[in-house]
Design a protein around this ligand. Structure first.
Ligand SMILES: *Cc1c(COP(=O)(O)O)cnc(C)c1O
Length: 362
């Protein structure tokens, strides 16, 4: 341990004030805490993937522009020719890149509850982060409150997750449009859950100069590879490209994501299964006495326990071998809330059974 006086004379105060992003240990547990796709690849796909990476030149640096992968993404997502694609080591890295390019006095705005990395990364860089609470009840954006912050603080960047994590809902399109036109700052629509949502702002990029759309392959089923991407005007992405580390996407990730996206029908089947299970889990949750589950356009479901019970329910589930996410410690609108990722039918059944047991209902 460094003595405290050395730390405080070396590191920035905002770094000293932070705590590290903690990931729960899932060893031996049914893992429904991190919005991962529960399915593996069929054997024949694995074999042809191994063939693809067999001759990967690992002695060489990767293609710094990942040209083949970018081409595949542009084709598959039907990204209009006038827009560029910037790749990141997960979309987390893209959020960091964007924030690192801002002046130290810049403000950042996002609704709360929202994705924790927006605040974590803003804090780490000493930027002013403004969180505007969503409306209680339906978790919609509070337009007047958002506009008030835009007018008062003129945020350089506004993050809007669509669907939102951890609430799972798609915000009103017309409200988002009003936010985009209210600001001179950039608006990033974070579409991490696009594979489950059937809704997107990708085809709206042409309408707004300040709009960026961010995606990731993590929730689709490739969380281990770390690849996210940002789509927007070349002038804007060009600035971010200057501060991107040249080899941020490793060779195996480039080859493997390219291979996977070329076999996308595989994921389409898995995604459909997950969406089907989402409906089953939601309905079953809402049939449990004392539980209120919220509709979701993502691959997870937020639900509320009776007042004061969330911590105990979470602990009981874990004790029964099921790991979900306890959001109660975050307080605010998330008081008494837990979040479960939709898994395989067996995993979901095990979760629901354990939950009924925790509630004394079985
Ligand atoms: C999971 C998640 C991400 C992070 O994605 P990575 O590409 O794995 O870094 C980004 N935004 C939201 C809203 C998420 O839930």
């Amino acid at each position: 341990m460094m003595p405290n006086d050395i730390r405080t004379s070396i590191f920035r105060k905002e770094v000293l004030a932070m705590s590290a992003y903690k990931v729960a240990d899932a060893a031996g547990l049914i893992k429904l805490d991190a919005m991962e796709n529960p399915y593996h690849w069929p054997e024949d796909i694995k074999i042809s993937w191994l063939e693809t990476i067999k001759d990967c030149p690992m002695n060489r640096y990767p293609d710094p522009e990942a040209r083949q992968l970018v081409q595949t993404i542009k084709e598959l997502e039907q990204i209009p020719g006038q827009f560029d694609v910037l790749l990141g080591n997960g979309s987390d890295e893209i959020i960091q890149l964007l924030l690192m390019a801002l002046p130290p006095t810049a403000s950042v705005l996002a609704p709360a509850p929202g994705f924790v990395m927006y605040k974590q990364l803003s804090d780490s860089l000493g930027l002013s982060y403004h969180a505007v609470p969503l409306l209680a009840g339906n978790f919609e954006l509070d337009l007047p409150a958002m506009i008030a912050v835009v007018e008062q603080h003129q945020p350089a960047v506004i993050f809007i997750a669509y669907p939102n994590n951890p609430t799972g809902n798609l915000f009103s399109v017309s409200t988002i449009e009003k936010i985009i036109t209210s600001t001179k700052g950039l608006v990033v629509i974070d579409e991490a859950y696009a594979p489950f949502a059937h809704a997107s702002f990708m085809d709206r990029l042409v309408e707004y100069d300040n709009l960026l759309v961010m995606r990731t392959v993590s929730k689709l089923g490739l969380a281990g590879l770390r690849l996210g991407y940002l789509v927007g005007k070349p002038e804007c992405l060009g600035e971010l490209n200057k501060i991107r580390l040249p080899y941020n996407i490793n060779s195996l990730t480039q080859l493997t994501v390219n291979f996977a996206l070329r076999n996308k029908n595989l994921f389409d089947v898995q995604t459909q299964n997950i969406c089907g299970q989402r409906a089953t889990v939601l309905a079953t949750l809402n049939n449990l006495e004392g539980i209120t589950a919220y509709p979701s356009s993502a691959n997870f479901i937020l639900f509320r326990t009776q007042a004061g019970q969330a911590d105990a329910v979470f602990a009981s589930l874990k004790q029964q071998g099921v790991l979900i996410k306890n959001l109660n410690p975050q307080g605010g609108l998330l008081q008494d809330c837990l979040r479960v990722t939709v898994g395989t039918p067996d995993e979901n059944a095990a979760f629901l059974l354990a939950l009924a047991h925790s509630l004394g209902l079985e």
